[in-house]
Design a protein. Structure first.
Length: 442
């Protein structure tokens, strides 16, 4: 054998041996750290009350809140604070976003982005006839109004640029068609359904173009009818037999030109309150205390899409809407996350329940930090996601992922939306943690 080749192999073997020893040393160091942490935890467990630690990463479930832009608005004495450009995890729980990331439609290549990263630079007249996926979205988007500034950056309201020979009144209706085409195509391909009590019948979400003006309350029997007409709505209905449909969340677009940010958010908040009243009408509620609720809204400003999540904790809405509201003892813990039986075995369903509870408790924890106004009135917190430009490839796929995650969250049966709780027969008043499995009892 050639001495040079032997020497080369020896050198390679020496390098591999050195790397293996280095990895072994690193592994031993990591193992030592883990053993020290486990020993320290065992010592604490002997002297303190046992609290079950979840097997999932809490850091993945509970995210820290960073400094963001906020806008305070008021509607007939009812106040809200909007937190703008929040991460998607604040709108939809992280585990539903991870599931949405596995949907093929979210990452499916669209013809318009195969030509350029910015769809505005592509001639849509050359769109292939057989490539129909999301064609209607971009066809209507081309004829929609365009703003140079994003909604969250447009405090004073700027003038929209409309297609040639088209005024704003006609062009804005194309925004409604954009959302309808986008949600219809996306939800159809995600294909998330919830079983019913009847065989061969399921629940599914479906968008409707027809908007509606929702009644909302700003106090005990203080009815208001001055809200804006929604640009559409997403309903839950039976499949394949469409018996009836119930509105789950409203869809909004920019209705007027030169609309400042605070006015647009006021209209969005009126839609949130209208949907909240719809949710409460579908629940068996107590006249002294209302259940926790959350309301979602999809908003399109030109080509920029974002999703809002309004959080309505039980103490706040009960104080506003219930004439005979009885506040709970401030010393008592309203929400606990503690296992009573340390020997209990947990199924996958139990863990999913715990994760959803942690997500909601995290949301309530941040909500409790929201101080009331000077008159000691509660302030409703509304979280708004980033604005995703549908003309850009990155913004397009990010928007699809967020909407697909929202679909999975609503159809998962854990969302605190009264309409869904009624349809799925998971009423919040009678809600309790999952029962132990038969394997655990044995």
């Amino acid at each position: 054998m050639d001495p040079g080749a032997v020497q080369k192999r020896l050198a390679q073997a020496a390098v591999k041996l050195y790397k293996a020893r280095k990895e072994l040393k690193r592994y031993k160091a990591a193992k030592k750290i883990v053993e020290e942490q486990e020993a320290e935890a065992a010592e604490k467990a002997e002297t303190t009350e046992y609290i079950r630690r979840p097997t999932f990463s809490i850091l993945e479930t509970i995210l820290e809140v960073s400094e963001v832009k906020t806008v305070d608005i008021e509607v007939h004495g009812m106040k809200a604070k909007f937190y703008l450009s929040r991460p998607d995890e604040d709108i939809v729980p992280l585990r539903y976003l991870k599931k949405a990331d596995t949907d093929k439609i979210v990452h499916r290549a669209v013809w318009i982005f195969s030509k350029a990263k910015d769809g505005r630079q592509v001639n849509q007249d050359k769109w292939p006839t057989l490539e129909t996926v999301f064609f209607d979205v971009f066809h209507n988007l081309k004829n929609s109004p365009h703003w140079d500034k994003a909604l969250f950056d447009d405090d004073k309201g700027s003038t929209a640029t409309c297609p040639p020979n088209t005024d704003f009144r006609l062009a804005r209706f194309n925004q409604d068609n954009v959302l309808h085409a986008l949600i219809s195509e996306l939800f159809f391909n995600v294909d998330v359904m919830h079983p019913t009590s009847k065989p061969m019948l399921w629940f599914h979400l479906h968008p409707k173009v027809m908007g509606e003006t929702l009644e909302y309350w700003t106090g005990y029997k203080e009815k208001r009818h001055d809200g804006p007409c929604s640009s559409g709505r997403i309903v839950v209905e039976y499949y394949p037999d469409a018996m009836f449909a119930r509105t789950v969340l409203p869809v909004a677009t920019t209705l007027t030109d030169n609309q400042p940010l605070d006015k647009a958010l006021c209209q969005n908040f009126q839609l949130h309150l209208g949907q909240l009243l719809t949710n409460l009408h579908h629940l068996h509620i107590n006249k002294y205390c209302l259940p926790d609720q959350e309301v979602f809204l999809i908003n399109l400003h030109g080509s920029r899409l974002h999703v809002q999540r309004a959080v309505f904790p039980s103490p706040k809405i009960s104080r506003i809407y219930c004439k005979k509201y009885k506040p709970a003892d401030p010393k008592s813990e309203l929400h606990t996350f503690r296992a009573g039986d340390t020997t209990r075995r947990y199924t996958e369903q139990d863990l999913e329940y715990d994760i959803d509870q942690l997500d909601w408790l995290h949301t309530l924890r941040e909500d409790n930090n929201e101080a009331p106004d000077e008159e000691d009135k509660p302030v409703i917190r509304v979280l708004a996601s980033q604005e995703y430009d549908l003309w850009t490839k990155s913004g397009w796929h990010a928007a699809l992922k967020l909407l697909a995650g929202l679909n999975r969250y609503l159809m998962g049966g854990r969302a605190k939306c009264g309409v869904m709780q009624n349809m799925f027969e998971k009423f919040p008043i009678a809600e309790s943690p999952p029962k132990e499995s038969s394997a655990a009892k044995s």
